[in-house]
Design a binder for this molecule. Sequence first.
Ligand SMILES: [Zn+2]
Length: 351
Amino acid sequence: MNANDDAKVRQILRRSHELDYGHFAIGIEIQPYKLVAVLSEIDGRVVARSRRDLTDMDPDEVVKHAAELAAQVASARLGCGFPRSRLCLGVQVGGPVDPDTGMVLHLLNAPDDRGKDRPPPYEWVDFPLGPELAAAFGCKTVVENDAHAFAAYEQRLGVGADCATFAVILIRDGVGAGVVVRRERLAVPLEFGHYRVWPRGRACDCGMRGCIESQLGNRAIPAVVKERTGRELDGLEAAIALADGGTAQASEATAAFRKAGVSLARGIATLLTTFGPSQIVIYAAEDLITGGPGRRAANAFLRALRNFPDHTFQISRNCHVVTKPLDVVRGAQGAALIALENCLGIQLQPR
Ligand SMILES: [Zn+2]
């Protein structure tokens, strides 16, 4: 038997062992009108993935599609008869949840999202996503907030390898954060996006004024740029293009990105004085965090946020901030890692 045959045999044996005895976690990320799913082995490796666009964000419809997608991603790798008892499911959403009950407390797509071609807004209040999905798919299911899922990814497969206390900030439509303190991921709501950083600031979707999320996020930034310039803008990319372009409104648009950066810097200051992280990982749209010549929006945002020590108590300033572009599966992978922990008791050691 040559080396090639040897490798093939090992692969077949491994496959047969995994079908007979293996446990797997499915991670699902629920985004506006989109689901992303991964199948993860117990070492956190993603072995299958899938996604599905949705036309309806009614929670019962989302449960139906999420259960179908979970079945699809599992059967692609494991066959459709794979026992549900050896699967677990982690699902994450961009809003506050109660992980103990699997309840989504609040999830919405706010009015600012509605450009002319945008799908309709939706709002979930106290929806029992975990129990509903567990009943529809038939395996143990956990629900988490999206920033906590990204924090789980960093804890198990990212900066957790060299850093015991760190924070992860997630900038999408809104802004969230998760914190790991002395290798322990804090199961606290945090609500970072609603830290109040401007005493008489702009109105936030939450009803308060001056929250981080009133200035930062894929929803707030275009809204602020529109207020400053009077230009109708369809989303973050259009706001960035206006700031980077050569029109008379470019500097007003750039100022909005600067203020978004200051808002984040002030929020980081509060994280530093509260938890003392030695690293902060910021996940955001690639165009928002890629500076360089002519990239005025990103440059203004990054420069302002990197000035976070100016807003911080002096002994808390020693923190390394890194930015990472959002990728397709990381959130779903984080949700799968949380399912491994909570349903199977598997806590991966950072490598
Ligand atoms: Zn708010």
